[in-house]
Design a protein around this ligand. Structure first.
Ligand code: ADP
Length: 718
């Protein structure tokens, strides 16, 4: 009943603690989860800030460039026309890596490019060449000169007339035209040297926009110079002239349509090849090299022209649309991003005045690399994060060593955790933040959760263990309490039995009822034996209480073990003379002297003999052995009685413990004999061994070292 009550209390206590800790851990985990959310939000904020930083850098790079370009252009325009501004601007623009092109657009969409001009007129551009011959159409002298040249084929007359005309004009354009005609007449009349000189003279005038019948005069001049040289067999000079023509075409010296450009370019190359065809191999290779150099330049300029074509065809119309929405005088730059098949075009426009727009093209790659400048290092990032800037086709423009999105999808790692964009989609790229591994917030949360769950597990384990111990110790205590109360009853009984028989026999003797001498003797012996037994019982009790109080002391002295064993056997025979048993002794007579407490040791062996007789069942044959071996002396008491079951063999050395079979066989005992024996033996530095089998008998052996390691005060409890 009491045990149940205590057990229940322990279980209740444990359970309430358990519930409490589960609730605590639950709340702790919830709290950690909330913290994780907060932290995630914070991290999200940090990522947004990172995106904002990159965006801000892009904007400041672009607007800084715009500002500088505008300043430079304004300074240049104060002094010169747009066309001349080009030369003035060349230097300041040179050190702006972001700027790939600067141009002006007038309100009729006519362009002035400051950098490389397109190789030919872009669609929609006005033909800018001057058809010079028309201004002379009504001039009589001109008509006569033409008639002499074409109808009369009188070239010297024609030449004289052209010369006469040239002498009278002050207009360099007309002069150039007349020199062209004059040179032609010379050439036709075979005056090659004169023709060459005249063409050169015409080229020196340097008016590249002059044309006759759609063909720029300078092109005619260079072409003819080449031809004349070729006629004369001056191949190198001819090749030089044709290359000069090619070079002029690449420099966009003359305003040509695309088809004109292509046919003149082809003509120049064909004639050049005709010129160098018969040259020595080494010379030819040299000329061929020069041609190839020019071809390379042509490739680059064609690409550039392609870009400018797109600017005209796609960006300008968009710019017009958006500019209309914008206030013309707003003084703001208008930014336009246009993806094309040959790459992204980034353009920015500024209204210089009512009919001129300043435009520029930005180099996307330069802008991108400006976003992660190497000198300022990478942007501040959490551990495990990387940033990449990707274009619309998800191709990385610039980034920190990342990775195609497909790869990240496949392996699941790194993952895209945040994506942002640039203001007004200029440039139209995404800023992607990738994370490899678990994020900081998640990692912290997991760690905390693990700690909480582990502590919960530890608490549960501790509670179970504590509960188990508590229940066990109360059970043990209860058992001890019960044994104690049994102890009082049995001890009283043990006292009463010998006292009763002593009193009975003493009375008989006193009253003189026993006449038979041998009988008298037997009574005296019984009285002596019983009183010895009583005193041993008292000594046992005294010893036990001393041991319990920690005050038992042993008096060690040199002891003859053989004599001690023989003495114990003799005393036992005498004490138990009235009992029915046989005691056999096998005591070696050469046992060594050891230091021991004679009385205590003797009482211990007597206790063993007492037990052997008490628990002898129906077979009261007891053997006492004493022998020595390997630095030890052994006592052994053997019986053939009821024996002790395995599970009880350890317990019988606990105080008050009595085995089930002993209780059943109603043999009286106090349960303090064996604890005493063990205490004495330990005090001597020895050990007690028990061998027993229920129903067969018991053998208890005491082994004492000949030289005990240390003689101790016997202060331990049995
Ligand atoms: P007591 O004999 O007074 O009961 P002990 O401490 O001497 O107390 O012995 C404890 C218990 O050990 C005994 O009650 C008995 O059950 C068991 N026991 C001791 N010696 C023997 C033995 N020789 N044979 C069988 N049981 C024994």
């Amino acid at each position: 009943m009491r045990l149940d009550w205590q057990r229940r209390a322990v279980i209740l206590f444990t359970a309430s603690l358990l519930i409490l800790s589960v609730v605590l851990v639950f709340f702790a985990v919830r709290e950690a989860e909330r913290e994780k959310l907060l932290k995630e939000r914070e991290i999200e904020g940090a990522r947004q800030r990172l995106v904002d930083t990159i965006d801000g850098r892009a904007r400041s790079l672009v607007s800084e460039t715009e500002k500088r370009v505008l300043e430079a252009v304004k300074k240049a325009r104060a002094a010169a026309e747009p066309a001349q501004a080009a030369a003035v601007l060349k230097d300041p623009l040179g050190d702006m890596p972001l700027v790939s092109e600067v141009f002006f657009v007038d309100d009729e969409d006519q362009f002035v490019f400051l950098g490389a001009k397109p190789l030919f007129l872009l669609p929609g551009e006005k033909q800018r060449s001057r058809e010079i011959a028309r201004s002379l159409e009504n001039d009589e002298r001109w008509k006569r000169a033409e008639a002499a040249e074409f109808r009369l084929t009188d070239y010297s007359l024609a030449a004289a007339l052209y010369q006469d005309l040239a002498a009278k004009t002050a207009d360099p354009a007309l002069d150039a035209l007349l020199l062209d005609r004059l040179a032609r007449c010379y050439a036709k009349s075979g005056q090659n040297e004169k023709a060459l000189a005249t063409y050169r003279q015409q080229l020196q005038i340097g008016l590249s926009d002059l044309a006759s019948e759609g063909i720029p005069l300078e092109i005619t001049a260079l072409f003819q110079i080449g031809n004349v040289h070729l006629q004369k067999g001056q191949r190198a000079e001819a090749a030089g002239a044709f290359l000069e023509l090619y070079q002029g075409l690449l420099d966009a010296r003359w305003p040509l349509s695309r088809s004109q450009f292509e046919s003149f370019r082809k003509l120049a190359e064909d004639r050049f090849r005709a010129a160098v065809g018969d040259l020595d191999a080494s010379l030819r290779a040299d000329w061929e090299g020069r041609l190839q150099d020019l071809k390379k330049i042509e490739g680059e300029r064609l690409a550039k022209t392609g870009v400018l074509e797109k600017v005209r065809g796609r960006i300008i119309p968009r710019m017009r649309l958006e500019a209309r929405e914008m206030d013309a005088d707003s003084g703001k730059w208008l930014r336009i991003a246009e993806p094309t098949d040959s790459g992204l075009l980034l353009a920015s426009f500024f209204p210089l005045d009512t009919n001129t727009m300043l435009g520029m093209l930005l180099d996307p790659q330069a802008l991108a690399s400006g976003l992660f400048p190497p000198d300022s290092g990478k942007p501040e990032l959490e551990e495990g994060l990387s940033v990449a800037i990707v274009d619309e086709s998800r191709k990385v423009v610039v980034g920190q060593g990342l990775v195609s999105p497909e790869a990240s999808e496949k392996s699941g790692d790194p993952q895209l955790v945040f994506t942002g964009a640039f203001t007004d989609s200029f440039p139209p790229w995404a800023i992607d933040i990738y994370r490899s591994g678990v994020g900081a917030a998640e990692r912290q949360f997991r760690l905390r959760k693990t700690i909480y769950v582990l502590s919960l597990a530890a608490v549960i384990a501790a509670l179970f263990f504590g509960g188990f111990l508590a229940i066990r110790s109360t059970a043990k205590e209860l058992r001890l309490a019960k044994l104690k109360s049994d102890f009082t009853a049995t001890v009283s009984h043990e006292f009463r039995t010998p006292l009763t028989s002593i009193r009975y026999m003493a009375e008989l003797l006193q009253r003189g009822r026993v006449v038979d001498e041998s009988r008298k003797q037997q009574y005296y012996e019984t009285i002596t034996g019983e009183s010895e037994r009583l005193s041993r019982l008292v000594e046992n009790l005294l010893d036990f209480s001393k041991i319990e109080a920690g005050m038992k002391e042993y008096r060690m002295e040199e002891t003859d073990i053989t004599a001690l064993a023989a003495d114990v056997a003799g005393r036992f025979r005498q004490q138990a003379a009235f009992k029915d048993f046989t005691l056999e002794t096998e005591i070696a007579d050469d046992l060594p002297l050891i230091r021991a407490d004679k009385d205590a040791l003797g009482r211990a062996v007597l206790n063993l003999l007492d037990n052997a007789v008490k628990y002898s069942g129906g077979n009261p044959r007891v053997t006492l052995r004493a022998w020595s071996g390997e630095d030890a002396v052994n006592f052994q008491v053997e019986d053939h009685g009821i024996g002790i079951g395995k599970p009880e063999q350890k317990k019988i050395f606990e105080k008050f413990y009595r085995s089930e079979s002993a209780l059943q066989s109603s043999v009286k005992g106090s349960g303090i004999g064996l604890p005493l024996v063990e205490h004495v033996v330990r005090a001597h530095g020895g050990k007690v061994f028990l061998e027993s089998e229920p129903g067969k008998g018991t053998r208890v052996t005491i082994r004492l070292p000949v030289r005990p390691p240390e003689l101790r005060k016997g202060d331990e409890n049995g």
